[in-house]
Design a protein around this ligand. Structure first.
Ligand code: SF4
Length: 395
């Protein structure tokens, strides 16, 4: 363990872009002054994005929750229904899903996140049918969806290898994986909260296969279900090791556990300071991952703004629909004008990005915001948006 007095040279080395060890990351995460940690992470971000370091990005997407029926019964999850629970369980049909895609396009969305339970009947064929139908109707929408857990499940249902499952849904229309299901990768905390999920090693193995097949992904971490600081850093180490081999993780997205309506009820959430420290340490430790995303959905808008000064370069999405973390108590929502305003008030120039992080619209002129306002209100006043969208956009 590094003595407290010896932390500054480690912090300086990290700020200059030098690689730090897991033990050094743990020492910094535990003991470095919060603002010093943030300043080091911000220095790394500024250097990586020299020339565009004044910009922070967001994306417009829609989560499409296609079913809540799930056999995996994660203890932290407030969204799922067991297959026998027909009163709570539901699935959307293809027409409903296509209508939601149409609304996404109408409201300026560029990406959909297909997210749902591990339905006992949904194998590779289900996803092939749905992704090909979505791509046929809306070729402009990027399908950034699912993760290694869904691949493990659908491959088991269809009795094929993970490699075949990935190839088939990629051909059908999946563009990239959203990195769902990473939760906590080390064995102890993972087994404690998701005992029926594949191991962390298997999650990474499937991601590595996907990256090898040209399907990139993001990566995530669920904080605050009782894991130790050392286990959080071990999670980062596991991701960094794979990234050294594949380069396929586009981003890292930590987010905080929401404690309502699930079987872990009563356990503590990660504090907002712990969350900001994680944003900073992930920017310093994951020197091979390009993007660090602030996740305001579970931490709140102000903390999202702060994250942009602790190493994050992206504020994630304006979600036109989200039901999974909202079921567990996430209360924070935003519309497009608000997220532009949040980023601007955090001292950055907002830019709408594509899934692959290219800037689509840079809001460097206040006139832009009036245009956006007009588009946004026209789309909603036009009467074609689903009531849910009106509600979310009004918040
Ligand atoms: S987190 Fe996903 S896999 Fe786990 S119970 Fe919820 S829906 Fe199922």
């Amino acid at each position: 363990m590094t003595e407290k007095a010896d932390l500054q040279p480690v912090l300086d080395r990290a700020a200059e872009g030098g690689r730090i060890s897991p033990q050094e990351a743990l020492d910094l995460y535990r003991s470095a002054p919060l603002h010093a940690l943030g300043a080091a992470a911000d220095a790394v971000r500024r250097r990586r994005y020299a020339g565009t370091e004044h910009i922070a990005t967001y994306i417009i997407e829609r989560n499409i929750n296609y079913t809540n029926v799930c056999v995996t019964a994660c203890k932290f999850c407030a969204f799922y229904a067991a297959p026998k629970d027909t009163a709570k369980g539901w699935s959307r049909d293809l027409d409903d899903i296509l209508r939601r895609c149409a609304e996404t396009v109408e409201l300026g969305g560029t990406q959909i996140m297909f997210q749902g339970g591990h339905h006992p009947d949904y194998g590779v064929e289900y996803y092939e049918e749905h992704f090909s139908a979505i791509k046929k109707a809306f070729p402009q929408l990027v399908i950034h969806s699912l993760g290694a857990s869904e691949i493990e499940h659908m491959a088991r249902i269809s009795k094929v290898s993970a490699e075949e499952a990935i190839q088939r849904i990629h051909v059908a229309g999946l563009d990239s994986f959203a990195g769902a299901g990473a939760e906590l990768l080390p064995a102890r905390p993972r087994t404690a909260i998701a005992p029926l999920k594949e191991s962390g090693e298997r999650w990474l193995e499937i991601m590595e296969i996907a990256h090898g097949l040209g399907v990139e992904s993001t990566s995530t971490m669920l904080m605050g279900t009782g894991e130790t600081n050392a286990e959080r850093i071990e999670h980062l180490r596991m991701i960094r090791d794979v990234q050294d081999r594949t380069g396929g993780f586009r981003a890292f997205i930590p987010y905080t556990y929401q404690p309502e309506n699930n079987k872990l009820k009563g356990q503590t959430q990660a504090t907002l300071f712990e969350y900001l420290r994680m944003i900073a340490i992930s920017r310093l430790f994951l020197d091979n991952v390009a993007h660090i995303q602030g996740s305001w959905l579970t931490t709140g808008k102000e903390v999202g703004q702060l994250s942009l000064h602790y190493g994050a370069d992206d504020l994630g999405s304006i979600m036109l629909e989200e039901n999974v973390v909202s079921s567990a108590g996430a209360r924070h929502r935003s519309n497009r004008l608000e997220i532009i305003d949040l980023i601007r008030k955090a001292g950055r120039v907002p830019a709408q990005r594509a899934t692959t992080y290219e800037h689509l619209v840079v809001h460097d002129d206040p006139v832009d915001e009036r245009v956006v306002s007009h588009i946004s209100s026209t789309a909603i006043a036009g009467g074609t948006a689903h009531p849910e969208l009106k509600l979310l956009d009004a918040n």
